[in-house]
Design a protein. Structure first.
Length: 230
């Protein structure tokens, strides 16, 4: 899949006492992320991120593990996750670095000595997740390039093809592990108690312009060391 690099434009509209700044998302990136999300959401593995990498400007502590259970953030138009803070860490913890809502208090773990269920290699090595009607075929790396997309290394590769106008592929060379919070109720209660403050912080302090229903509290995720998307 070819992604066109289109520079962003910043449109500024001046009115009496007001300045409105509109961020224009590059059209090709926006459409690609929408197609990828729509097609792979149907596979039942959660919300697929076209850009799973953390924001490079986030604290180093966040880059160590990436998205984690307890993260609060927004889904970006270009297919990423806009991390705001983690509810399990204290306000001054390295991952939050003091950037938390006023009167923030961390969510304490439940009495369960093992609150997170981990399933190693829920997705096996060299596995893939694809939209419907995509055919996967193992090939030698010197095989034909007349395909939708090819992934591989070390002398092997995979060819994906489809007759559909749109398709999505996530390749996992090293597989992926799944992490899920067992006690969903404590997150639901905590979110209901603090949701208004989170939106006030996101929209007031941070200026995100987040509409109702757009904040996410992560209670599970699949994580991998390497991937390829198309």
């Amino acid at each position: 899949m070819v992604i066109l690099a289109i520079s962003q434009r910043l449109s500024v509209y001046l009115t009496w006492r007001c300045i409105y700044i509109l961020r224009i998302v590059p059209l090709a990136v926006h459409i690609t992320a929408l197609v990828y999300r729509r097609l792979l959401s149907r596979t039942g593995h959660g919300y697929p991120l076209w850009i799973p990498d953390p924001d490079e400007n986030l604290p180093e502590a966040y880059h160590k593990d990436g998205i984690n259970i307890g993260d609060v953030g927004l889904l970006t138009e270009d297919g990423g996750f806009d991390f705001l803070f983690n509810v399990h860490a204290s306000g001054n913890a390295p991952v939050n670095s003091g950037a938390v809502p006023p009167d923030f208090y961390p969510l304490l773990a439940s009495n369960d000595p093992h609150p997170i269920r981990k399933t190693s290699f829920i997705h096996k090595e060299k596995s893939s997740i694809t939209s419907a009607h995509v055919i996967k075929k193992s090939i030698a790396m010197e095989g034909s390039a007349d395909t939708v997309s090819m992934f591989g290394g070390g002398g092997f590769g995979f060819q994906f093809s489809t007759k559909k106008a749109q398709a999505a592929v996530l390749m996992l060379p090293d597989g992926a592990h799944r992490y899920v919070a067992k006690n969903r109720s404590i997150y639901e209660k905590y979110a209901s108690e603090n949701g208004i403050a989170w939106y006030q912080y996101a929209n007031g302090t941070l200026g995100r312009g987040a509409p109702n229903g757009s904040l996410y509290l992560v209670t599970g995720c699949d994580k991998c060391r390497s991937w390829g998307t198309a």
